[in-house]
Design a protein around this ligand. Sequence first.
Ligand code: TYD
Length: 211
Amino acid sequence: MAKVGRFITFEGGEGTGKSTQAKRLAAALEARKIAVVVTREPGGSPGAEEIRKMLVEGDPARWSPLTEALLFYAARADHTERTIKPALGQGKWVISDRYSDSSYAYQGGGRGLARETVRRIEAIAIDDFKPELTLILDLPVDAGLKRSIARANSETRFEEMDIAFHERMRKSFLDIARRYPNRCAVIDAGQDIDAVADVVWHTVKTRFRLK
Ligand code: TYD
């Protein structure tokens, strides 16, 4: 039988520590001799990284919600075809820092695009391809924004959206977790890094029956 890897995503708002936790989880899996690819969105393949710049830099009003969603899914189609699926086909585990749920939460909840519109774009771009496990790191909006602004780089387009935008986005992630309880786990990201990593590891071990 062909080897098939596992696909895990991290989701959540700004400054929730997704990329740190993705690396910690990868290290824990690698310690068990599991081959892992850590990737991120927007980006994760050369073409998608080019699209990333257009999305994360510049004026918050640079794109309409629809154009923005199409750009995210254009990047995601490339990332899925060229990075994620080939790695899974080689039996590797893929951990992505953000994936499709971010489009429902940011372009849908945050920017007001109808969920049905996101769903139709998703169907064309990635044929409803889904992760097996999604870890949603949850944090009050003000705490997350404080952490992410402290990082100071040029990728501030979404951070600059107003607080109400971030509140809607957070609520959307929690709604997604309620809609898909078998796929999603909500994790309190307000704890220290080691405590969050412990909860993440416990969730992954249980979900995939690792010893
Ligand atoms: P990311 O690099 O994960 O930023 P951060 O580490 O600050 O959370 O993502 C860049 C921004 O793109 C982030 O503000 C969330 C946004 N985004 C969307 O709006 N829709 C999407 O589908 C994705 C993947 C990201």
